[in-house]
Design a protein around this ligand. Sequence first.
Ligand SMILES: *[C@@H]1O[C@H](CO)[C@@H](O)[C@H](O)[C@H]1NC(C)=O
Ligand SMILES: *[C@@H]1O[C@H](CO)[C@@H](O)[C@H](O)[C@H]1NC(C)=O
Length: 356
Amino acid sequence: MPGIPLAILSITLLATTALSFAVPHLSLAPNIPSIPSLPSIPNIAELLPDQPLYTRPTHPITTILAIGDSYTAGEGANGFPDYIASSANCDRYKQSWPLQLIADPAWDSFNGKKPALVFGACSGATMNDLIANQLQLGVPNASEAYTKIGKPQIAVMTIGGNDADFFGAINACILHLSPSLPCSQKLTSISAHLASPAFATALATTLATILTTARAAGGAVPPESFELYVAGYVPFFNTHNPVCDNVSFSIHGDGVPKLTTELRKSLNAVVEEFNGVLEGVARAMRPWGVFWVDVDGWSKGWGGHRFCEHTAAEGEVWFWGGEGDGGGDVRRVFHPKGVGYKVFAEAFLEAVRGNR
Ligand SMILES: *[C@@H]1O[C@H](CO)[C@@H](O)[C@H](O)[C@H]1NC(C)=O
Ligand SMILES: *[C@@H]1O[C@H](CO)[C@@H](O)[C@H](O)[C@H]1NC(C)=O
C-alpha cells in the first residue's frame, strides 16, 4: 500500500541493513482502543446522476479490470523473481491475486471460459492516482506502466490505504524510520481522518468515477450490468497471545518499541476502521453494482497467519517481514506473500460467482 513513503523507505533501508526487524522508540503508549462510530455515508444518487441502477449481467465475463494500489498489484508476492518487469515502479507481480484469480479452473464451470485480465493496479496509488492514471479509455497494452482499460465487464480492486497513510502508522509505530509524529499521535490522526465525512465522500466519489468510466467503456452489455468488486485490507497482527510482547521490528535494531499486545490492537484497529468505512460506502453503492469482498472474514482466510501467531514460524506468516531475497525487500514489507494473495483471489472469485 505504501507509495511515496515506501520509495523513501527503500532508499533509507537499503542504505542501512537488511531489515532486522527490531523497533522504534515509543515514549507514549498508543491510545486508540475503540473504533469511532462510522461517518455518515454521502448521498450516492447525487454522485451518479443519470446512471441507471445495476442490472444483473446475462453475458459471460471476457475481461476483468484490476486497478488500485500495491495490494492489488501484488507487491511482494513470491519474491523478486515474481516481479513483472514491464510494470516498472507499479510493482505488479505474477502471484498477485488478480493473476491468481483469472487462473482459477472454476471459471470454466460458471463462466464458460477464463476471462482476460487488464492489470493496471499500481503500488503507491492513492484514490487520485487511480482516477488520473488507471481509468483511461482505449485498447490495453500490458507493456505500459499505465495500461488503458479496454472493455471490461467487471473491475476488482483495493484502494484507500495510501490515502489513509497506513505506511505512516507502520513507520511511526513499528519501523521508526523518520516518522513525522509519535505513534499515538499518528494513529489518532489517521483515525480522525478515516472517521471524517470527507474520507467517506472521497471513497464514494472514487467508486462512482470508476463505475461511470467503466460503464462508458462499453464492455458490459447493458452498461449498467458492470460490476465493481472492492476489498479492504487485512489486520496485521494476532492480538490474542503475548508472543510478540518482547519482540521489536525496529529497523534500528535497538529493540524498541516492542510489539506489545496493546500496540498490535491499536494497529489492527485502524485497519478495521478503514475496512468499516469502505464497506459502508460499498454497501450504499450496491444498487449501482458495487460489491464488498470480505478478505479478512473469508472462511479459508488469515486466521493463524498474521504476525505474532503462536505458530509464528516464518513460513506460516502470510505477510512479508524483513526477509530478504535480493530485490524489492522493503517495498513489500507488510504486504501479503503469494499464499496470502491467494485468499484475496478466492474471496473475489466467490463474490463474482455469487452474481452468476
Ligand atoms: C505497447 O507499449 C509498448 C511500450 O510503450 C510499445 O513499445 C508498444 O509499441 C505498444 N504496443 C502497441 C500495440 O501499441
Ligand atoms: C525480553 O527481552 C529482554 C532483552 O532482550 C530479555 O532480557 C528478556 O529475557 C526478554 N523476556 C522474555 C520474556 O523473553
